[in-house]
Write a protein that binds this ligand. Structure first.
Ligand code: FAD
Length: 407
């Protein structure tokens, strides 16, 4: 049997793409080398726009029913001021959720299957199949048995930041930046969080969110240059960072580390050309950035939705597929660029004087805090928030001049 679309990788980008394509009536095969539920090295703040997408697809209820708590209140601490507020809502969803990847990815895989997609777990892509310069399928193998070939009109690589599909097609790097931070995160019991907490400090960004099973997930970003020293004792490093965040360190130390701490310096910033003859890339395979702004899942789900729309238009709607994919990639880049720039700025882990001037102004204008939190979360486009037109009236011309001149 041949398929309309084969999707390689079945986590947030792949399973969501398969779900939406199958719902549109296409014949879809999704493969993944792991079996679900499966964890991965990733914390899992699902920002409000992504939660709104999951709600629209009928998936959010299952995460909530499985015990994922909402985080509506946010406490942002810059070391000089503390701002508290709520995220702006998107399509009636007003909370961030932090479901474990063992839950989120498995629920999306189930939803894709229910929509009619065939999902093969423990199936590893070995190579792409080509004809006349065009990708026409995949070759790979399951846990047992010989290698098999499957054919499709389009192969989508949703196989993550070290995408084998991107490598095989030679996807060109369009924008990139060196790795800036390394991440460490842990799951703690006995550390109740009345609200989500964000700390932006010189040398660190820290985020703490409630997840399922009564646990709190606490994430710390540290400059990559400090990785070698931190490696001597990663848990001690993590706790020392939290000690610099008000009483968070003390609260975490009074709790219990429920699972081993996860740490990784594998945090590339790369955006690739994401389509060509017979292939496309979704999620991290096409665009990956430092998780300091926790945007990867949002990006993967938004990508799934807009790519699926383009593919349906190209394979079932009478529009040439190539033209639909050109337009899709252009839209992806327009959506991504402001957050990519904000992410690189945040990953420098050094708030600027103008940032501190904005935080101080917001502390005097609490009604404005929600929109600021919305810009950090990707609800309000960063390029429409961090502009003189928005910041100047908040901060005031004299204070902004002083901040810019270092006074
Ligand atoms: C430390 C850390 C913390 C993060 N925290 C957050 C956060 O709080 N919020 C957020 O939004 N994002 C976060 N991210 C980013 C997020 O993890 C990614 O953006 C997201 O997982 C990308 O989803 P994806 O489906 O594109 O790729 P992945 O989740 O990487 O999935 C790719 C899948 O492809 C499969 N695969 C790969 N190769 C093959 C092959 N040859 N054959 C078959 N299958 C294959 C893999 O098994 C995998 O299941 C974090 C990332 C890191 C590293």
């Amino acid at each position: 049997m041949s398929y309309d679309v084969i999707v390689v990788g079945a986590r947030v980008a792949g399973a969501a793409t398969a779900l939406l394509l199958a719902r549109a009536g296409l014949r879809v095969l999704a493969v993944d080398r792991v079996a679900f539920p499966s964890d991965t090295v990733s914390s899992h703040q699902v920002q409000v726009p992504a939660a709104a997408r999951l709600a629209r697809w009928g998936v959010l209820d299952r995460l909530v029913a499985a015990g994922t708590p909402p985080a509506r209140e946010v406490r942002f601490d810059s070391g000089r001021v503390v701002l508290t507020g709520r995220y702006p809502s998107v399509d009636g969803v007003d909370a961030l959720y932090s479901p474990r990847r063992t839950l989120l990815d498995a629920v999306l895989v189930d939803a894709a299957r229910s929509a009619g997609a065939e999902v093969r777990e423990r199936f590893r892509l070995e190579e792409l199949v080509w004809r006349d310069g065009m990708v026409t399928g995949i070759r790979g193998r399951g846990a047992r048995g010989p290698a098999v070939t499957e054919r499709a009109r389009l192969v989508i690589g949703a196989d993550g930041k070290h995408s084998a599909v991107a490598a095989a097609v030679g996807a060109r790097v369009r924008w990139s930046a060196p790795v800036r931070t390394f991440a460490s995160y842990g799951y703690w019991s006995g550390v109740p969080l009345p609200s989500a907490e964000l700390y932006h400090r010189d040398g660190h960004v820290v985020a703490a969110f409630p997840t399922g099973d009564g646990l709190s997930v606490v994430y710390a970003a540290t400059p990559l240059a400090r990785f070698a020293a931190a490696r001597r004792d990663l848990t001690a490093h993590h706790l020392t960072v939290l000690d610099r965040c008000g009483d968070l360190g003390a609260r975490v130390r009074s709790g219990v580390l429920a699972e081993r701490l996860r740490t990784t310096p594998d945090l590339p910033n790369v955006v690739r050309a994401s389509h060509g003859p017979g292939w496309a890339l979704a999620g991290d395979a096409g665009a990956v950035m430092d998780p300091v702004t926790a945007q990867g899942i949002s990006h993967a789900l938004a990508d799934a939705e807009s790519l699926a729309r383009a593919v349906v238009a190209g394979l079932a709607g009478g529009r040439p597929l190539g033209a639909a994919l050109v337009a899709w990639e252009r839209r992806r880049d327009r959506r991504l660029r402001p957050m990519y720039d904000l992410t690189l700025r945040t990953a420098a882990l050094r708030p600027r004087r103008t940032d501190h001037a904005l935080f101080a102004a917001l502390a005097r204008q609490p009604a404005e805090v929600g929109r600021f939190l919305g810009a950090l979360a990707g609800i309000v486009p960063a390029d429409r928030y961090f502009t003189p037109r928005v910041v100047l009236p908040l901060v005031g011309a004299a204070a902004l001049r002083r901040a810019m001149s270092g006074g």
